[in-house]
Design a protein around this ligand. Sequence first.
Ligand code: FE2
Length: 385
Amino acid sequence: MNNKNPLGLKKIHHVEFFVGNAKQAEFYYRNAFGFSRVAYSGLETGNRDATSYVLRQNRVNFILTTPLHEKTFASEHLKLHGDGVRDIAFQVEDCDYAFNEAVKRGAKVFQEPRDISDENGTIRYAAIHTYGDTIHSLISYQGNAHGKSVSSGSTAAQPASEYVYNGAFLPHFAPSEIKGKEVGIQLIDHIVGNVELGKMNHWADFYSNVLGFHRYITFDDKDISTEYSALMSIVMSDGGHNIKFPINEPAEGKGGKSQIQEYIDYYKSAGVQHVALLCKDILKTVDKLQKNGVEFLRVPDTYYEEIPERVGEIDENIEDLKRLGLLVDRDDEGYLLQIFTKPVEDRPTVFYEILQRKGCKGFGKGNFKALFVSIEEEQRRRGNL
Ligand code: FE2
């Protein structure tokens, strides 16, 4: 661990969603997005509180969880927020170390470090709060590398050698395999948080102070403004492990409601706006997703007439981009192709981005305007502009 990675983050372990009906959501992610089911936790496995399905596609792991009883934490979360992201979980080198360091640096505790075990082994688990009701779990498979420097109040950790886990996913998940028809989603590129007006810098500072991230790019309302709505955004990056968390806040538009405010009005707090999924051949991936029924935002056809001048030479045929509704943008190092789904639940909250990078490390700034006109059109149809 060093200053650049003070918590010893290794990667995003998984993203957990609380949803109203995990059984049906699992079917959607498997048949529409091409994930495979790999593990299950529920009544049959001794979980009396909730049902969870683990879905995997290459390096992306999602958990879909539905509470089975009222007045539980998860059911209150669901009642307030609707379907949404509860946890962006990190795998860390050493859970106790990461947790203690995070708390020392100002993180709010959600769960002190503890062992979670089943017959397949033990992991070490802790969690801290981030924006809204979202948490970051800190999971290690080989804890205690720093000796027994466990904070007082938590149970003493086992020796490192005992943190080995050989089960299907995490303790209390049983293997449950149903293969999906993979669409080529490879890994999570970035996860965007929407936060309340005036809170963007607060949360950017949180990622900087607590997790050691740096400010990668800042967009202000001049970059991201249309006739009606506006937003500001700071992209926080860990530098070493390609974990990027843009943070958006609403900005004053010319009389309309910012798309970020619409999200907050329906999610009832700050929360995850979109998860961007990286693929290697976006033409193939998006063609499959569309055939599977995933609904995407579209920009006007005139967008495609402007591509040659704005972006220059690209490998793809512009007619193919237009047919699929793909967007393209360039920076100094290359270009990217991207497309955004409509919200995947009834509240206008969480959606997905599918993207392919060809050298470009940006976020599609050149597409913001066309895209936001399209988002506003959807907002208008919902009566929320
Ligand atoms: Fe994005």
